[in-house]
Design a binder for this molecule. Structure first.
Ligand SMILES: NC(=O)C1=CN([C@@H]2O[C@H](COP(=O)(O)OP(=O)(O)OC[C@H]3O[C@@H](n4cnc5c(N)ncnc54)[C@H](O)[C@@H]3O)[C@@H](O)[C@H]2O)C=CC1
Ligand SMILES: N[C@@H](CC=O)C(=O)O
Ligand code: NA
Length: 438
């Protein structure tokens, strides 16, 4: 639509007015004049679909903008562009497909949906010749999707490692500070704080158990490698089993523990490995300095070498910033009658977790008597797992052996652990932690 001053107006329909939707509405309102000066486009919030019309909202909306009829919003010819900020699979998937079918570009922050139904949605966007943009879906306000999609499009990327869940990084930071003597590490209180700050998912199990980071890792793999990777392909472990004693051992050995999403592609076999797990990160690695709810994504490529993207991965305002950038791109593309595409996605050749390789930390509570170290290291050797660091902590009933292996195959390490559990001299086998090099 062209307004009375001859300016093209892009009428935006927003689905959902929670943390992200409300912050986006605010951002459009405060930036509309600047955007108009710079692009000649006037962005306008035309409709906002909500479930509860009378809910208290800290957002400035003109009369008649709120609606409960999300279905009519996505098909309304007076809406030029749709932002989906309701989350979940359905009805979000249906709304996005309908909006695209009706010729509207769509911007979404919904990683769960993209990680489960991405290929269908990207194909629908291509068929409709409209944008489907999703910068906010990975690491919130950090411009990583665009960097992978555009700047690094031709780069032979070998590995992407990210702290891509703000809630768990916030919790791990507080736990680490508490264990190392600096603060209060009450888990439930910290999670409640993350929820109050708008970081956590509606069901925070998704954060704590690694599903949210897993969804983002699947999207990263899809964009970085052009492979169809879905949430179900991702191996994940969350932070619920990370103990204070692991945090202090890691610290003493020069590491901190971070929940990492790791996406790798083997240059020869083209196998892709996608996993999320607590990881020991050397203190001198750039990812180790990422605290609180901040996110960071560390990209390694054959030509570009190492790159790190850092910023706010959670929270309404930073996420809305990413959504807003996409809205602007899609609006400009709409005016030019063009659109972007992820291109052809091929079936992913997935490397099972058993076949992945890493260094591992393993702690064993043992009987403190002669020959124990020999018996234990013999088990490692019999599975071809070589030891890089071996230490004894404590004596007598407190005796504990701590090992860091050289790079080893997961299946061999798991077999080692199973056999160690059967040794009489081993009283308890602690959790396995994977370790990354510097
Ligand atoms: N909060 C954050 O830090 C980030 C969130 N995201 C994603 O952004 C999306 C939105 O997240 P938040 O705003 O934090 O969630 P939220 O729960 O604060 O807001 C979602 C809103 O959508 C409404 N809603 C749900 N179903 C609806 C329907 N059928 N019609 C109309 N309204 C409906 C809910 O009532 C709620 O107000 C999710 O996909 C989330 O994963 C992505 C990056 C960061
Ligand atoms: N719950 C997520 C929000 C952003 O994706 C997080 O904690 O990172
Ligand atoms: Na992002």
């Amino acid at each position: 639509m062209i307004d009375d001053n001859g300016v093209q107006v892009i009428r935006i329909g927003v689905l959902g007015c929670g943390n992200v939707g409300a912050a986006l509405v605010d951002l459009v309102r405060t930036q509309a004049d600047t955007v108009e000066q710079r692009t000649g486009l006037r962005l306008e919030i035309a409709q906002v679909a909500v479930r509860n019309m009378s809910a208290q909202r800290d957002v400035d909306l003109a009369d008649g903008v709120l609606t409960r009829d999300a279905q009519s919003l996505v098909t309304d010819p007076n809406i030029d562009l749709v932002v989906e900020a309701i989350g979940g699979i359905e009805p979000a998937r249906g709304y996005i497909l309908d909006a695209l079918k009706h010729g509207k570009p769509v911007v979404t922050a919904n990683k769960e949906l993209l990680a489960n139904c991405g290929a269908e949605l990207y194909a629908a966007a291509d068929a409709a010749e409209r944008d489907l943009l999703f910068e906010a879906a990975v690491a919130g306000g950090i411009p990583i999707v665009r960097a992978l999609r555009e700047s690094l499009h031709g780069e032979p990327i070998t590995r992407v490692m990210g702290i891509i869940n703000g809630t768990t990084n916030f919790i791990l930071t507080k736990m680490t500070d508490a264990v190392l003597g600096g603060g209060d590490g009450d888990y439930a209180a910290t999670l409640a704080e993350a929820q109050a700050l708008g970081y956590a998912e509606r069901d925070p199990t998704a954060d704590v158990e690694g599903y949210d980071a897993g969804a983002k890792a699947a999207i990263i793999a899809t964009v970085a490698f052009g492979a169809k990777v879905v949430a179900g392909d991702v191996y994940h472990e969350g932070i619920s089993r990370v103990s204070g004693s692991e945090i202090s051992i890691a610290d003493r050995l020069g590491y901190c523990i971070k929940l990492l999403g790791i996406v790798e592609r083997d240059a020869e076999s083209h196998e892709v490995s996608v996993r999320v797990h607590p990881t020991m990160v050397p203190k001198e690695h750039p990812l180790a300095s990422v605290r609180d709810s901040f996110n960071a994504v560390f990209v390694e490529g054959d030509f570009a070498d190492s790159l790190m993207f850092f910023g706010r991965g959670a929270g309404g305002a930073p996420t809305a910033s990413a959504v807003f950038g996409d809205v602007l791109d899609a609006a400009i593309n709409l005016r030019r009658e063009t659109h972007g595409s992820l291109g052809v996605l091929h079936e992913a050749k997935l490397r099972p977790i058993d076949e992945t390789e890493a260094e591992y930390l393993l702690g064993l509570d043992v009987v403190d008597e002669p020959g124990v170290l020999h018996a234990v290291t013999g088990v490692f050797a019999s599975h071809g797992v070589s030891i890089r660091v071996a230490e004894q902590e404590g004596n007598g009933p407190e005796a504990r052996l701590v090992f860091i292996t050289h790079s080893a195959r997961e299946a061999d390490v798991q077999a080692t652990v199973r056999e160690l559990r059967g040794l009489d001299v081993v009283r308890n086998v602690g959790g396995l932690l994977r370790v990354i090099g510097d």
